[in-house]
Design a protein around this ligand. Structure first.
Ligand code: HEC
Ligand code: HEC
Length: 360
């Protein structure tokens, strides 16, 4: 109300600066709130992030940065990884043999399917964009709306989903038992052979092995100054200064917070009819404050995981960044700024088994 009287008394200049001030203030409050949440969860996150690399001097290099490198090693059993990969690639896990995990999570590119909306087992567009399986074990929850806490819950959900694998353990286990190769492989690794627990364990080992370390940005964080160009570093500064890093940070450059999509500007108004998938976390909690709330996605390998957003509605990374500026920060970014941020985002593309994901 007092803003209104300011406007009346002091004319457009003050009105403009009052408007600017309110926007700034909103921004500051949001960033402060996020910072408080982060501070509260820091010990837990730090433990997870640095667990694989205890070397203190090494950690110090990026201790003051909001993003930390993906550890170079993973703690998995490599024989189980191999078995998990065989299962991941096998359409036997779907009722009619039409889908394997690999159908929607391609490992030679972004770990997703490259489609706007993922397909159903009828070959029709589904309701949501596919997520990458790369680095997914580093996220605090899984799926766009953060429905699951463990990889096992995620796998069971896909297996049972009528529009995806459409199957059950009662169907899968006998199919595996009828295959001598699986009987031998499980027999070697697990005393009790083919069971639900052991299938999930093998798949979990494989999925935890799917990290993509060694991105140019990670090499830069580890002290290799020439890993990034001047423009890419400028883009990173902008990413931090605008506040993108308030939400997209940590080892996965996201994946550790829930946030509303459309804090400053209604994201859906310009996109059109709202679908159930847009409700986000509201679908799980029924709480009004969770409407349009999503897990902040990881930006690891984002240059190779388009189309973007849970609705897959945006093809270009530049357009995604522009929309984020408006919807999440109340900022209209200049094309040149967007260009620099996109250059930085490209430096987050890592390597899977020693091969950069952006090489065809
Ligand atoms: C028909 C396509 C399809 C198939 C087949 C499929 N997925 Fe997915 N996957 C998706 C989609 C779409 C999402 C995002 C779902 C959501 O957010 O609600 C997803 C999400 C995931 C995630 C969560 C990633 C994250 O960071 O939150 C994991 C992990 C995953 N899938 C693993 C698997 C595994 C393992 C299999 C095989 C058992 C599998 N998927 C089969 C389409 C598929
Ligand atoms: C307040 C939290 C917040 C801020 C600040 C924020 N984002 Fe996001 N970002 C999100 C959420 C939530 C999503 C998921 C939206 C959805 O449901 O599709 C997202 C999605 C994205 C995506 C699409 C990822 C994908 O895989 O589809 C990109 C790219 C992105 N953000 C970049 C940025 C950039 C660049 C900035 C700064 C200009 C930024 N974000 C600021 C929360 C935020």
């Amino acid at each position: 109300m007092y803003l209104g009287s300011d406007r009346a008394a002091a004319g457009p200049v003050l009105a403009l600066s009052a408007h600017w001030f309110v926007r700034r203030l909103q921004g500051i409050v949001i960033v402060a709130l996020i910072a408080a949440v982060l501070a509260a969860t820091l010990p837990m996150r730090a433990g997870r992030v640095f667990a694989a690399e205890p070397d203190a001097a090494f950690n110090a290099l990026w201790a003051t940065e909001p993003i930390s490198p993906i550890p170079l090693d993973v703690d998995v059993d490599w024989d189980k990884v191999a078995l998990g990969e065989k299962l991941f690639r096998d359409p036997l896990l779907s009722h009619d043999g039409s889908l394997a995990c690999l159908t929607c999570h391609q490992l030679d590119h972004g770990g997703d399917d490259g489609l706007r909306l993922s397909i159903t087992n009828q070959g029709e567009p589904g309701v949501i964009n596919s997520l990458s399986v790369f680095n997914s074990a580093l996220n605090f929850r899984l799926t766009w709306r953060g429905r699951f806490r463990t990889l096992d819950e995620q796998v069971e959900s896909v297996l049972h989903s009528p529009s995806e694998m459409n199957t059950s353990w009662a169907e899968i286990l006998p199919k595996l038992q009828a295959r001598p190769d699986y009987v031998a492989a499980f027999g070697q690794l697990y005393a009790d052979g083919i069971t639900r627990t052991n299938v999930l364990d093998a798949m979990s080992n494989f999925q935890r092995s799917l990290t993509t370390p060694n991105a140019p940005f990670d090499r830069y964080l580890r002290g290799q100054q020439d890993a990034l160009t001047y423009e890419e570093i400028q883009g990173y500064r902008m990413f931090k200064n605008y506040g993108c890093a308030a939400c997209h940070q940590g080892v996965n450059v996201g994946g550790n917070l829930f946030q509303k999509l459309g804090i400053f500007k209604d994201y859906f108004a310009s996109r059109g009819t709202i679908t159930e998938a847009d409700f986000g976390r509201f679908l799980d909690t029924g709480a009004e404050r969770d409407r349009y709330v999503f897990r902040v996605p990881s930006l690891r390998n984002v240059a190779v995981t388009g189309p973007y957003f849970h609705d897959g509605s945006v093809d270009s990374l530049a357009e995604a960044v522009r929309k984020m500026g408006e919807a999440q920060l109340g900022e209209t970014l200049l094309d040149a700024e967007i260009g620099l941020i996109v250059k930085f985002l490209h430096t987050l593309t890592g390597e899977y088994r020693g091969r950069p994901l952006d090489v065809d």
